[in-house]
Design a protein around this ligand. Sequence first.
Ligand SMILES: [Zn+2]
Length: 65
Amino acid sequence: MSSWEELIPRPRSHFIRVRCPDCGNEQITFDRATTEVSCSVCGAKLVEPRGGKAKILGEIVAVLD
Ligand SMILES: [Zn+2]
């Protein structure tokens, strides 16, 4: 039973290292980013905010707790 965890979201989040699918650049971001994160090299969108948990568009190469 873990449904209560969904009803009461905990502010647990991680820094993640994301690789840009377009140019391969890696950069550190936040898995609960509230603003769009773009690749610092080519400008491709890497993270899209989705009400709480961000949608990661790039490839997650590492999770930094
Ligand atoms: Zn890029």
